[in-house]
Design a protein around this ligand. Structure first.
Ligand SMILES: [Zn+2]
Length: 295
């Protein structure tokens, strides 16, 4: 049995494949989080829900529990009308995941983009980005995360700024995943090979694909990353593309069984951390766990 007392990089270097978790946002929606509420606010207001969600993933077999801190950077916190609470909500996110994980799973401190473009295309300067992400990654590490998981990246400038901040201000392994469309590009036009190479150059310990257009797009991106790096690869796909169903609830078109069918191609392409992103829940993780056992 693997425990979080072992460094996750040592376990990956031994060639083991690690099962991560699935979506947090989708799960919070299933608990009727009001539209427009910053998910991180529920770390303070509904810790019972966060505990239940983390527990469901642990029970499904997840060896990594991801903190509810994706939007915990001060830009998003300010936009949500919660200025000054970023560090508090980030710390709470780690403590809740840690409380459930104990030593049975690693706690991945989630870091998402600010949503602003970097200079010269947008207002975010390199110094400001460095400062924002120094604050967030320091809070994640001090609260007890086992690794930093930088997710849903589109822009290599922002991704590398976060990786460097995490490396400069924490001692933790740093994972970085990018979101690709079916044509193998991020929203900013970045390709998987370049993303992987530049993230490695900036100091990432593992790279991969998350979110985006579903498992086929993630498998393709992983294959292309393998050409560009020898780092462990990460595959965390969305459950396809959401359609609006009854009561304004998103309906996802990939089932847990269909998601599990892609696991073999992920692993063949070099993925060593496998989980899910938007639209996935504990049933998907259980299906992926079964598929991983048969690979
Ligand atoms: Zn996603």
């Amino acid at each position: 049995m693997v425990t979080m007392r072992e460094n996750i990089l040592d376990v990956l270097r031994q060639g083991q494949t690690i099962l991560s978790d699935g979506a947090l946002g989708t799960m919070l929606q299933s608990y009727d989080i009001p539209a427009g509420t910053l998910p991180e606010l529920w770390n303070a207001e509904r810790p019972d829900v966060l505990r239940a969600v983390h527990q469901a993933y642990l029970d499904a077999g997840s060896q990594i529990l991801t903190t509810n801190t994706f939007g915990g950077n001060r830009v998003r916190i300010r936009e949500a009308g919660l200025a000054g609470r970023g560090v508090e909500l980030t710390r709470l996110g780690v403590l809740l995941a840690r409380e459930v994980a104990q030593d049975k799973a690693w706690v991945a401190g989630s870091v998402g983009p600010t949503g602003q473009l970097m200079e010269p295309l947008g207002p975010l300067s390199e110094d400001e980005a460095a400062d924002i992400y120094a604050e967030q990654t320091t809070a994640l590490a001090e609260a007890g995360a086992d690794l930093i998981l930088i997710e849903t990246q589109h822009d290599i400038a922002e991704a590398t700024a976060i990786i460097r901040a995490a490396k400069a201000h924490t001692q933790l392994p740093v994972f970085c995943t990018f979101a690709f469309n079916a044509k193998g590009r991020t929203m900013m036009g970045l390709r998987p090979g370049e993303a992987a190479a530049r993230a490695e150059e900036a100091g990432a310990d593992a790279v991969g694909a998350n979110c985006g257009e579903g498992p086929a797009a993630v498998a393709l991106a992983i294959e292309q990353m393998r050409q560009a790096t020898n780092l462990p690869l990460i595959a965390q796909a969305n459950a396809g593309i959401p359609q609006m169903g009854e009561h304004q609830r998103a309906v996802w078109d990939i089932t847990p069984e269909q998601m599990a069918e892609h696991v073999r191609s992920y692993v063949a392409a070099g993925a060593r951390v496998v989980g899910g992103c938007c639209g996935t829940g504990p049933q998907y993780i259980a299906a992926i766990a079964a598929a991983l056992r048969s690979v």
